[in-house]
Design a protein around this ligand. Structure first.
Ligand code: SF4
Length: 230
């Protein structure tokens, strides 16, 4: 099957009772600023072309961002931060991401997450992460023929990415490299190589405190794009 079919199945997933309850409760109760909007309230699929050479792996959709708009990093400040940096790096058509029909286009880049439903406090459990890994596994398998570099936003994405590529037969250095902002490691499978980059997550916890600046993110995006041949 192709990526569009995988995404079509994903949005019907109800495998995690706690997350199904939370995503739907948030969608019912809404934030006051969005009271007149219909929330998505379902699993949020990855975005970007199915033959992308660069992949960005986050954590999980935000309750009032992706869980509201139905698109990764869309409709919240984390998304604005990410897309403004991607715009500076030449990877998207516009510096903001507001809604599914805002005309945003990603150039040679796909964005996904190890967990596809918004979790309470942005913290999925280990069981939820493991349950959702089948979707990341399927997505990475379909992307593997073209993807040449991966940016992981935070340790959760870093570990999930290395684990999933390892399960797909890629050789991961041992001991497994540790996450750090600016870290990178090379995976191999046969003649193919793939570089994985670590970057602090674009959460407000990091961006409001200046731990992650737009310039820092642009540097990682440019390095990963160059590694992917973009
Ligand atoms: Fe399904 Fe993943 Fe959502 Fe769990 S987190 S319900 S496995 S899509």
């Amino acid at each position: 099957r192709d990526l569009a079919e995988l995404d079509a199945h994903l949005i019907d997933c109800r495998a995690c009772p706690r997350l199904v309850e939370w995503r739907e409760q948030v969608a019912r109760e809404k934030r006051r600023a969005f009271a007149d909007q219909e929330y998505w309230g379902r699993p949020v699929p990855g975005i970007g072309p199915a033959d992308a050479r660069l992949l960005i792996v986050g954590l999980a959709p935000a309750a009032h961002g992706g869980n509201r708009t139905g698109r990764m990093f869309t409709g919240d400040q984390s998304g604005d931060f990410l897309f403004s940096a991607m715009y500076l790096a030449g990877l998207v058509s516009q510096p903001h991401s507001v809604s599914m029909d805002d005309g945003l286009e990603l150039f040679d880049t796909r964005i996904t997450a190890p967990v596809h439903c918004a979790p309470p406090q942005n913290k999925p459990t280990v069981e939820e992460r493991d349950r959702c890994s089948c979707w990341l596994h399927g997505e990475l398998e379909l992307l593997a023929p073209t993807v040449r570099s991966v940016i992981t936003l935070g340790a959760f994405g870093w570990q999930s990415t290395l684990r999933t590529f390892g399960a797909l037969g890629w050789t991961v250095p041992r001991p497994a490299p540790k996450f750090a902002h600016g870290a990178s490691t090379i995976l191999t499978r046969g003649d193919a190589t793939l570089e994985v980059f670590g970057c602090y997550h674009v959460s407000q916890h990091n961006t409001f405190t200046g731990r992650l600046t737009v310039e820092m993110l642009v540097d990682v995006l440019r390095a990963a794009a160059a590694s992917a041949g973009i």
